[in-house]
Design a protein around this ligand. Sequence first.
Ligand SMILES: Cc1ncc(COP(=O)(O)O)c(C=O)c1O
Length: 449
Amino acid sequence: MSASLPGTSLVPLRVELSESASAENCIIRATRIRICILYNLGGKDMFKVNDNYLKLPGSYLFSTIGKKVRAYQAANPDKEIIRLGIGDVTQPLAPAIIDRLHEAVSEMGVQETFKGYAPDLGYEFLRSAIVKNDYNARGVDIAIDEVFVSDGAKCDSGNIQEIFSLDNKIAVCDPVYPVYVDSNVMAGRTGTYDATTGLWSDVIYMPCKEENGFAPELPEETPDIIYLCFPNNPTGATITKDQLQKWVDYANEKHAVIIYDAAYEAYISEPDVPHTIYECDGAKTCAIELRSFSKNAGFTGVRLGFTVVPKDLKCGDVSLNAMWARRHGTKFNGAPYIVQAAGDAVYSDEGKAQTKAQIAYYMNNAKVISQGLKDAGYTVSGGVNAPYIWLKTPDNMSSWDFFDYLLENANVVGTPGSGFGPSGEGYFRLTAFGTYENTVEAIERIKNL
Ligand SMILES: Cc1ncc(COP(=O)(O)O)c(C=O)c1O
């Protein structure tokens, strides 16, 4: 089909019905058929975009929540809305961390202590503090050059897929932290999206429901890359060391790799829950671990994390540690010195005590939420080893109907479980990251419904 574009001299142009998209701003997405307008520029088609991005369904979850909350507030300006939806911390940075930040900033203004580019894999002082406190103290032997400091677990969890072939098949929990799936969609590893089921054709989903204690079962189809996140966002569930050992054995047997996201490790309170996957025998030959300073030390706005890639983790004779070092060295220029110095302060005696107190504060909120909801007759899980409470919506309400109901009748905002995947339908997430006063007030309101 041919047409001319009004108001432009770029004629003639061709309008094609095409499976492959051309320029982003030329794409009209109507009834899921892509219409690409290709300008005839002296025989050369316009540049092409990575059309895997165009396959992504809109991430409407938090923008829809925001829109609904703003509309409700505009219509009801006198109502005080309490937000327990977003997974961001509210307590300020601990004094030991602030002191170290100030000191490090001052160092940057003095010739003798000024620092330029940070080593791209991280300063040795921080990497050795990580090894000593997060691994050696738990009886796990990790070497300094197996730790890669970064600006957070979100980037690492999105980027890590780059070192794997596009032929690999991923397995994810359902519901899931969306970054794992979306980053694989962008890479072109997930097949096609079915809007009616909310599933990708080439992704193995492992439903996590009440029936299985929100713990994934070994999938029937064998994956190449398995994403696990414990303690879990969004369900707040976790698995025991024995359960995790089964995954490690399975991955080694099937020659699969586990990407283990332990961003919420600091919230573990029960003794049989592993703090690191490397507590399991054989994990060094099959697992990469992601960690964050966001939730254990309030670094969501400061930005710091790290990834462990053991040297024993190999594909044939190719070392994944060497590949990630190469990737990190090429695409990342190091987390700032002042931030790494602040990260080091998390491991000081004062830092440990102060961050522990903050976690206790949030976990007390979790208790208030869990107990309050149980008293009100809700079916609740999570909140014991994680700052997330996962509740079953009452009367088989859909997740979004319950969102509206809670917003309108209790003026409390949470997150609809269906936003994290189809198996989240009929569930709802509340976070313990609010202030104690707001948390108590929110639960009183829900109890009084
Ligand atoms: C499971 C999980 N992984 C990673 C992250 C991101 O962590 P960071 O702030 O270090 O990027 C989050 C943040 O909410 C998360 O829930």
